[in-house]
Design a protein around this ligand. Structure first.
Ligand SMILES: O=P(O)(O)OC[C@H]1O[C@H](OP(=O)(O)OP(=O)(O)O)[C@H](O)[C@@H]1O
Ligand SMILES: O=c1cc[nH]c(=O)[nH]1
Length: 355
């Protein structure tokens, strides 16, 4: 007998305010105009004046959508969008990084490289500069031993108290590598080298469904977690994409129904759709969503537009439905370089899975 928890799209209805719905509608209208220009661009790519005209239109529409997203999120204290929070000089770096991830020519190795950078930036957004007044000193022994052994001093924000109760909650499988990256950031900033415990949740959107009737299936038989270890903790979710918010809400609602009372919940996404972000903060209390980039809309299949496609597939490759890899096989397929980079995290995950 299956041991699945299922959330349906309709269960998410009712959380959004009338204002949210109005803003989502405005965004859909703007994006529909962009789609008209995409069609023209694809059809007339050999006509320079058409290309210039439609490109100008798209640039203008993206400016308008960006302004609307900034306005919508400005009054939402639980939504942190990198470019809306951080100073202007850092925006170009993030914009270029997202452009690389979106590009269909960016293959697996480069995709992994940019995802690693994305989560370092997200970590910094939540815990880094300005967040901590006091500093820890790193005293580093360098390889230079002439004329004597050299040591260097580096000051980093002292975030020991903020991270000491963190638990990584992994939404398998797209979020596996991002969660290892985030846990390693915690470890590197911790003055005691704290390695987060892991809680692993096998969650899947039903790809045969559309946005309106989407189902989010949490397979408890393929999940590994200890409810007790989540009580009073700072739960961290790090997933490349948040589209409708349904996968995240399914897990968090399940945990809350089981009586788990987290101290806080932080969600980190590389790209989050406006609607999905609003669905999360409207349906869960005490949660903060950090996203490197916000995308305007979803298509009928609940994919983010313009998006970057299926992040799980781009990170992990495609699994056959009838023969999906288990978590140990997924980690093995990252290869020895990544496995050794995230050695402590792999050890912790194996302990969680194998007992
Ligand atoms: O906000 P939502 O609408 O719930 O969508 C977001 C989820 O979709 C992706 O996972 P997917 O279901 O594609 O599975 P995967 O992790 O195996 O790629 C992604 O990694 C998120 O977990
Ligand atoms: O656009 C999307 C939506 C969900 N999951 C993804 O990987 N991409």
């Amino acid at each position: 007998m299956s041991n699945n928890i299922v959330l349906k799209a309709a269960d998410l209805d009712g959380y959004l305010t009338d204002g949210d719905k109005e803003n989502i509608k405005k965004m859909n209208t703007l994006y529909s105009s962009a789609i008209e220009s995409y069609k023209q661009l694809s059809a007339g790519k050999t006509n320079p004046s058409l290309v210039k005209r439609e490109t100008d239109k798209i640039i203008d529409l993206y400016d308008k959508m960006g302004t609307l997203m900034r306005e919508v999120t400005a009054s939402e204290k639980d939504i942190k969008v990198y470019s809306f929070e951080m100073p202007q000089p850092s925006h170009g770096e993030v914009s270029r990084l997202i452009a690389k991830l979106r590009d269909k020519r960016t293959a697996h190795d480069e995709f992994v490289y940019y995802v690693q950078r994305a989560f370092e930036l997200l970590f910094n957004l939540a815990y880094g500069s300005g967040a901590a007044v006091s500093k820890n000193h790193l005293i580093v022994k360098t390889p230079v031993a002439q004329p004597v052994q050299n040591f260097a001093v580096h000051k980093i924000p002292d975030i020991d108290d903020t991270i000491k109760d963190s638990v990584m909650c992994v939404m398998l499988r797209g979020a596996l590598l991002p969660s290892m990256i985030m846990s390693k950031e915690v470890q590197e900033y911790s003055s005691t080298g704290y390695v987060t415990p892991f809680a692993l949740f096998k969650i899947k959107r039903d790809d045969s469904k559309m946005k309106e009737n989407m189902e989010y299936v949490l397979d408890l038989d393929k999940s590994f977690f200890d409810l007790e270890s989540l009580h009073g903790k700072d739960l961290i979710f790090a997933d490349p994409m948040n589209a409708t918010g349904g996968s995240l809400v399914t897990i968090v609602k399940y945990l809350l129904d089981q009586g788990v009372k987290p101290k806080s919940i932080k969600v980190f996404n590389v790209i989050s759709a406006l609607k999905g972000t609003l669905q999360i903060v409207r349906s869960i209390e005490n949660i903060t969503c950090y996203t490197l980039w916000m995308d305007p809309v979803l298509n009928d299949a609940a994919y983010i537009l313009p998006g970057l496609g299926d992040a799980g597939d781009r990170l992990n490759g495609v699994d056959l439905d009838e023969n999906p890899r288990n978590i140990i096989q997924l980690i093995a397929d990252y290869g020895s370089n990544l496995a050794s980079l995230y050695r402590s995290q792999v050890r912790e995950i194996e302990r969680t899975v194998l007992g």
